[in-house]
Design a protein around this ligand. Structure first.
Ligand SMILES: Cc1cc2nc3c(=O)[nH]c(=O)nc-3n(C[C@H](O)[C@H](O)[C@H](O)COP(=O)(O)OP(=O)(O)OC[C@H]3O[C@@H](n4cnc5c(N)ncnc54)[C@H](O)[C@@H]3O)c2cc1C
Length: 292
């Protein structure tokens, strides 16, 4: 099987990258929807796509199947996500060996969130505690893997403060991370400050901004509360004025994301990563809007 192209290599191309994040379908209907979205998205040629990994390794097989489909049927460069939750170090070695022998050369390495109902992360027995431990394990096991890690412009919710969180991000880079994809944010100033602080801290790997086009006010309030992202009052006011009319909310979401991406690219971001929730429409609209 031909091996994937390394994202590190793509990041040296001196042009903004476009990446899209999928989640693994739960059932046949979601699989069909993902297939249809991927079919539409092929026309905008994403530089790479990624597939999330569910709590406790519960999506291990579904993530693998979705990755295989996106690569083999659509020809996308695919980055599977992997988390430490519910796995021993030996499991993680085994999973990485499988990914490697299947030809994947890019992995998003994450600690993962505590399982549902639990508030603190407890490492699995003989498992790993931090994202940096997973990066170190993968880097040692497969030195040529390109490893993405998560970065938190508004700080990870568990971190006592931004300085400590930045120190911990540096640990991931020092352990061998190739690039950072950020948590979603809605105010570009937050990203610019974060990049500046990373640089001042000696973090020099590319930092891909993570953008989520809003699809529903209720959903985005839930997401942002969970991950500690600020929703700007202007955006909330606009979404509330749409009175929860889904089509209008979607237009507002796309419009906001388009403004964000234009600004980010004009200010030298290495591209943008879209949290698309397995839907094609926003990504297609954004690609068209950016074509001008
Ligand atoms: C781009 C992106 C993709 C994601 N994809 C997924 C996914 O597919 N599946 C999923 O379940 N979740 C996913 N997440 C969510 C992620 O798993 C959670 O945010 C998780 O809580 C942290 O993971 P991490 O790898 O960033 O953790 P870490 O880098 O380990 O950080 C977690 C916390 O521990 C602290 N910390 C780190 N190292 C140390 C240390 N040495 N000493 C003390 N404290 C330390 C950090 O400051 C932080 O507060 C994603 C997040 C992002 C940004």
């Amino acid at each position: 099987m031909a091996a994937d192209r390394s994202i590190s290599e793509l990041l040296t191309l001196q042009r903004p990258l476009r990446s899209l994040e999928f989640f693994p379908p739960k059932d046949e209907a979601q699989l069909q929807a993902m297939h249809a979205a991927a079919t539409s998205l092929k026309r905008i040629s994403p530089d790479f796509v990624s597939v999330t990994y569910g709590a406790g390794g519960t999506t291990r097989d579904r993530t693998a199947r979705a990755c295989a489909m996106l690569r083999d049927e659509f020809g996308f460069t695919v980055m599977p996500h992997l988390t430490c939750v519910g796995h021993t170090a030996a499991d993680l070695n085994g999973i990485s060996d499988q990914l490697y022998s299947d030809g994947f050369r890019n992995v998003m390495a994450l600690r993962g969130d505590p399982p549902k109902g639990e508030t603190t992360f407890v490492p699995y027995h003989d498992g790993l505690r931090y994202g940096s431990d997973l990066v170190a394990l993968l880097r040692q096991r497969h030195p040529d893997l390109c490893l993405g890690v998560g970065g938190y412009p508004e700080k990870h919710p568990e971190a006592p403060n931004a300085a400590v969180d930045l120190e911990n991000l540096k640990r991931k880079v020092d352990a061998g991370a190739s690039f950072i994809t950020t948590q979603l944010f809605f105010d570009n100033a937050v990203y610019y400050r974060f990049v500046e602080k990373c640089h001042a801290h000696g973090i020099t790997v590319p930092i891909l901004p993570g953008i989520m086009p809003v699809l529903s006010l209720k959903q985005i309030k839930r997401f942002t509360e969970m991950c500690g992202t600020t929703l700007p009052p202007t955006l909330i006011t606009r979404l509330e004025a749409a009175a929860e009319i889904p089509d209008v909310v979607e237009i507002i979401g796309i419009d906001w994301a388009l403004d964000q991406i234009r600004g980010l690219l004009a200010n030298g971001a290495p591209g943008y990563h879209l949290y698309i929730m397995n839907r094609a429409k926003s990504a297609l609209a954004l690609a068209a809007g950016l074509a001008a």
